[in-house]
Design a protein around this ligand. Sequence first.
Ligand SMILES: Nc1ncnc2c1ncn2[C@@H]1O[C@H](COP(=O)(O)OP(=O)(O)O)[C@@H](O)[C@H]1O
Ligand SMILES: [Mg+2]
Length: 281
Amino acid sequence: MDNKILLTPPELDQFFYVQEETSDILKNLEKLSNIHPVNVLMTGRQGCGKSSLIRQFAAYFKRPLAVFQIGQLSEPGQLFGEHGLKCGETFYQEFLFPKAISTPGCVIHLEEINRPEHPKALNELFSVLSEDRSIWVDQLGLVKVAENVVFFASMNEGEEFTGTDALDVALRDRFYIIPVDYLPHEIEKQVLINKTRINEEDSELVLKVLGHLRSDPQIDSTISVRHSLMISELMGAGAGLKEAIIYSLSISRDILESILLSLHVETKDHEIKSNQYKRFV
Ligand SMILES: Nc1ncnc2c1ncn2[C@@H]1O[C@H](COP(=O)(O)OP(=O)(O)O)[C@@H](O)[C@H]1O
Ligand SMILES: [Mg+2]
């Protein structure tokens, strides 16, 4: 499992943007978390910045950060530990989760909380997230949530979401809910220019094409800030617009070319002849 715990706070991202309202509410929630435990649920489409916002929260408030992939849980109890066998004897191996919740001030991110592989896998989270903030684990005894711990959960939510992934109401009731959305054009441009080596003119072109793709109902995968960063990085390294988009989005060359034509975007890409080979030496 891709779970991790960073005992030293993550580094602050200098070019992370959020709506003023979101940053205000997060600061207030942090104050509250010093009085009593707080749970915050981030909802929003894939790649809109939920995970990075939670990391930025930990960085800003200089708190440790632990991330757990709830979407990968396939049975109850799995967060706490498992029985192993060593020299013919069984033993209990404790996992990172009990350690994270006993770390004072820890920001605990529960990723994809709405999609565990096993529906009962979330049962143990109920008591950790509820008022009593502790859970009895036979092998570990009473595990208590330490002071000032903040639980964040995130779930990808968009128009494509169906009932099967909706979060259990009883669980959702325990969270403050913060919707996150994609960045507006001008801000996304600032992110691209500041985080990659793309120039202003090229960043405009990238966002013009992505703007078109994002509003095209025939293209069913979402195009996130992660994608626009990937494209800009490739262009900053010298790739042309077409190649950068094709290799970042796996969109067909023909579709892209007709879109560029309709947008009157001229690219400086050299002609690529896919049936020509050369030695890669
Ligand atoms: N508001 C933002 N400001 C700066 N970078 C952003 C922002 N939102 C997203 N990114 C970048 O986009 C990428 C994807 O974001 P991520 O947090 O993984 O999305 P999510 O968890 O919603 O799927 C990250 O590399 C992140 O740095
Ligand atoms: Mg995420």
